[in-house]
Design a protein around this ligand. Structure first.
Ligand code: FES
Length: 164
């Protein structure tokens, strides 16, 4: 009998990318690492919602998914900052200036990708394609995709977000 798959955690279309990767592997448990990679590539990090979704989809215990995610240093767990800015560094975004965004953020807030500011207000991450290539360079700020940002504009947005 066919298992019923869990619903996608939200309407965010990045979940479809993750789901497509798991489907391509027949939802097999051995494809766990690839599934976690696809989460990180799309979201920039792994959080509890994502790990629960992957565990349910692959019919694995959550503890196993946590175990793998924390064992491999290449996986980034949900950052510590109160706000998270994920800069997409996929090809389309890179060509359109993602590198300058990262530099600008680092200069202004003092946090490079993978880091959180000392006051824990902001974590900076990168993803490999957030599924919004038409908006390149795309950034996901606290879960909201914002596109076509110049560095100054983006820094203003982040400052507003932090101030709220
Ligand atoms: S490469 Fe950045 S959204 Fe696709």
């Amino acid at each position: 009998m066919q298992r019923t798959r869990p619903d996608l955690p939200s309407s965010d279309k990045r979940w479809k990318l993750v789901n497509a990767t798991m489907r391509r592997n027949g939802y097999a448990g051995h494809a766990l690492i690839e599934a976690l990679h696809s989460v990180q590539d799309a979201f920039g990090y792994l959080d509890e919602v994502a790990m629960t979704f992957v565990a349910d989809s692959l019919d694995l215990p959550l503890s196993k998914v946590y175990g793998v995610a924390t064992f491999y240093h290449l996986f980034m767990l949900k950052p510590q900052g109160r706000h998270a800015c994920v800069v997409c560094t996929g090809t389309a975004c890179y060509i359109k200036g993602a590198g300058a965004l990262i530099e600008g953020i680092e200069q202004r807030f003092g946090a490079a990708p993978g880091e959180t500011t000392a006051d824990k207000s902001l974590s900076v991450l990168t993803a490999r394609c957030v599924g919004a290539c038409g908006l390149a360079p795309a950034v996901v700020l606290d879960g909201n995709v914002i596109g076509k940002q110049a560095t100054e504009q983006l820094i203003d947005r982040i400052e507003q977000e932090i101030a709220e």
